[in-house]
Design a protein around this ligand. Structure first.
Ligand code: SF4
Length: 162
């Protein structure tokens, strides 16, 4: 089984603040499957570190006011192309991110408030029919050999893409 995973969840220091968000449960899952590592923001050429970004009115802005909608779209397209070259059954993406968030994203005020929504990349994957979940869903699933399949079947968020 092949799974796309946000690079920061695997420990890659690609986040806006130069850090990572390694998730033990995701790392455990990654040992059992073939991983397609993705980071749409760095794929777009945005630097590390960079100001934090949030979505607002259908666009994406850095906290310094720069409109990076085009960069986010390019990074999402490049990462989607990587996934199409190596089709996945599941994507485990970083919660709340303006690129990778699933179901909830920050509201554009940089105050920590969340609103219903999808990250730019997560939205593209979902449109492809790929089951898209966050690390929170992986944490809720007990580690087992069937772990990846349990996530897909238990999420109720999508269907098998391959
Ligand atoms: Fe992590 Fe996704 Fe942000 Fe890259 S774009 S740092 S993978 S949340």
């Amino acid at each position: 089984m092949r799974v796309a995973v946000s690079a920061c969840l695997l420990g890659a220091p690609v986040r806006y603040d130069g850090g990572a968000k390694p998730c033990p449960e995701v790392l455990e899952l990654a040992e059992k499957v073939e991983v397609v590592r993705v980071c749409p923001e760095t794929a777009s050429g945005l630097p590390v570190p960079r100001p934090p970004a949030e979505q607002r009115d259908g666009r994406v802005f850095l906290s310094d006011g720069r409109d990076v909608t085009a960069e986010f779209a390019r990074g999402a397209d490049l990462s989607l192309a990587a996934v199409r070259r190596s089709p996945v059954s599941l994507a485990v993406l970083k919660a709340k991110s303006p690129s990778c968030g699933v179901g909830l994203v920050y509201d554009g005020t940089y105050t920590g408030r969340l609103v219903a929504g999808q990250g730019v990349f997560a939205e593209r994957l979902a449109r492809e029919g790929i089951c898209v979940v966050t690390e929170d869903i992986v944490r809720e699933c007990k580690p087992s050999v069937e772990h990846p399949v349990a996530i897909v079947l238990g999420s109720g968020l999508g269907h098998l893409g391959s």
